[in-house]
Design a protein around this ligand. Structure first.
Ligand code: GYE
Length: 307
């Protein structure tokens, strides 16, 4: 581990930084790309990454973080599955003198000094972009546009904020209504189940679907096809992430729009860790750059997609 030295910069000693990383799970294509990006960036920079996958369980994440504290790692990185319930464990890390960085998802804590920085996307803006696309492409006429929302993991920061941004635009435009909204845990199976459940209990009356990620949209597409509803045509679908599978679905005409959310956070994260260990100040928030894609561009863009 890195030992503070008064005179010489760290590199001259070639001290290896030990980073304990608690990844929340492997639930989606986005997540797999995110894990890959972080592992590769650590390797490139010679940072020792101790990786734990929590299988979407906060309990497992807390156990992993406690283990990292016992190991006396230099830095702890957390991608927190939900946004609440972190005060105590983050305080334990702080008391042990180990800085914590948040990657991808945020936490709600009483004391912001419990973490050094948060690196991730602007989820509120992603939600706004999704609803702007619906507003422009599914016009509200005499009857209201009925929207079915497939939320991600409940109480996860991207879920809360995508919903918030989406509703902000929706509430400023009359003629749009979220008639059904359920969580699908950001998985393919979860998205499929939300549609199946809807079908069992309702007459089909949906004009647009907002899925909080691609995997759930793809699961929903599968379910719709089994009911002979043509995804992308009978019902317009917009999702978030921009994975290759989503681009393929757009090319097939089954998905209408994806709002990009980049999982490639590894290089920025490792740079922040190095800066921190070099005693530099970190900005409290580091945002990634993103856009939206539609069916027209999907073919041209597919080959250059990195996840
Ligand atoms: O959109 C989804 C993943 O936290 C931004 O989590 C991330 C989300 C991403 O499972 O695919």
């Amino acid at each position: 581990a890195y030992v503070e030295n008064q005179n010489k910069p760290r590199n001259e000693y070639k001290e290896i930084i030990d980073v304990g990383y608690s990844q929340l799970g492997s639930e989606s294509a986005w997540r797999l790309a995110n894990t890959r990006s972080i592992k590769e960036a650590a390797k490139d920079l010679g940072i020792n990454l101790i990786y734990e996958d929590a299988d979407q369980s906060q309990e497992k994440q807390i156990a992993a973080i406690r283990k990292f504290i016992d190991m006396k790692v230099d830095v702890i990185v957390i991608s927190p599955v939900v946004d609440n319930g972190w005060n105590e464990i983050l305080q334990e890390a702080k008391d042990a003198g180990i800085p914590v960085l948040l990657s991808d998802r945020k936490v709600e804590v009483e004391d912001d000094s419990l973490y050094s920085t948060y690196i991730g996307a602007d989820f509120i803006e992603e939600g706004r972009r999704a609803m702007r696309w619906i507003k422009e492409n599914v016009p509200a006429e005499e009857e209201a546009v009925n929207i079915l929302e497939i939320q991600g993991t409940l109480e996860a920061s991207p879920t809360v904020e995508r919903k918030q941004g989406f509703e902000e635009i929706l509430n400023n435009n009359s003629g749009y209504e979220i008639v059904y909204s359920k969580g699908g845990d950001y998985t393919y199976a979860g998205g499929k189940e939300v549609i199946e459940e809807y079908m069992k209990t309702h007459e089909w009356d949906i004009d647009a679907i907002f899925a909080h990620n691609d995997d759930m949209a793809l699961g929903a597409i599968k379910a719709l096809e089994a009911y002979e509803i043509e995804p992308g045509k009978d019902v317009k679908i917009v999702s978030v992430d921009g994975t290759r599978k989503a681009f393929e679905a757009m090319i097939e005409g089954k998905l209408n729009c994806v709002v990009e959310c980049s999982p490639l956070l590894g290089p920025q994260l490792m740079k922040a860790i190095q800066d921190l260990m070099d005693g530099k100040e970190l900005p409290l928030r580091i945002i990634t750059d993103e856009k939206i894609y539609t069916q027209d561009e999907a073919k041209d863009v597919l080959s250059s997609r990195k996840y």
